[in-house]
Design a binder for this molecule. Structure first.
Ligand SMILES: [Zn+2]
Length: 211
């Protein structure tokens, strides 16, 4: 809490620095770093049992550094800027949704981080698409971190971990937003919960995908 408050004060006093190269910049990312990101082609989209999964960028280099800052150093401005840059790329690859939702964080992680990075991104995506953001996906249990598991383990780890407790989704086509897509085990389990609640199609929209 105090650390968060101190960070806000320091952020207000210190010049804004690029989340990737730390040069003083007018925004969360400097123009050369943004240019480097945008010069790379977005990865090919994947089909899923629920629709398509598309990423704005490959999870590497400047994008990886900016997402890391957004997740672990409280740099929400970097997350929002990355999301805004990713939207046109996502829009070109996915059918437009009726609403946008996001993968939730477990309660414990939400408490320690103070915000859900996927929700920060989803808020920008909804604004840019001019469609509503709907919250209501909940984690029924805190699942252990996925990074050290193989794909089969990841799927078992998150199966049945989500439930929808928001507005009626009957017939809705949604974008499910997350920061990074790896095997897709987490988004697939979350999409299943959205379909169980009535959604007819769930496309996964992420800032970056691990290839
Ligand atoms: Zn930079």
């Amino acid at each position: 809490m105090w650390r968060h408050a101190a960070r806000l004060v320091l952020d207000a006093l210190a010049p804004r620095r690029c989340a990737v190269c730390e040069r003083v910049a007018g925004d969360a990312l400097c123009p050369p770093c943004l240019e480097e990101m945008c010069a790379r082609r977005p990865p090919a989209s994947r089909t899923t049992p629920h629709g398509l999964a598309a990423a704005g960028f490959e999870f590497e280099g400047a994008v990886r550094a900016a997402l890391h800052g957004g997740k672990y150093r409280g740099d929400r401005a970097a997350l929002r800027l990355l999301a805004a840059v990713a939207v046109p790329r996502l829009r070109a690859r996915l059918p437009l949704p009726a609403a946008v939702t996001c993968v939730p964080l477990g309660r414990r992680r939400l408490r320690s981080r103070g915000y859900n990075q996927a929700e920060e991104i989803a808020g920008v995506v909804a604004t840019e698409l001019d469609c509503p953001f709907v919250a209501g996906l909940e984690r029924l249990r805190d699942t252990p971190p996925q990074s050290s598991r193989d794909e089969g383990e990841r799927r078992r780890n998150v199966a049945g971990a989500f439930m929808w407790r928001g507005v009626d989704l009957e017939g809705a086509r949604l974008w499910l937003v997350d920061d990074v897509l790896t095997t897709g085990a987490t988004t697939s389990a979350a999409a299943s919960a959205l379909e169980a609640a009535g959604a007819t199609r769930v496309d996964v929209a992420v800032v970056a995908a691990v290839l």
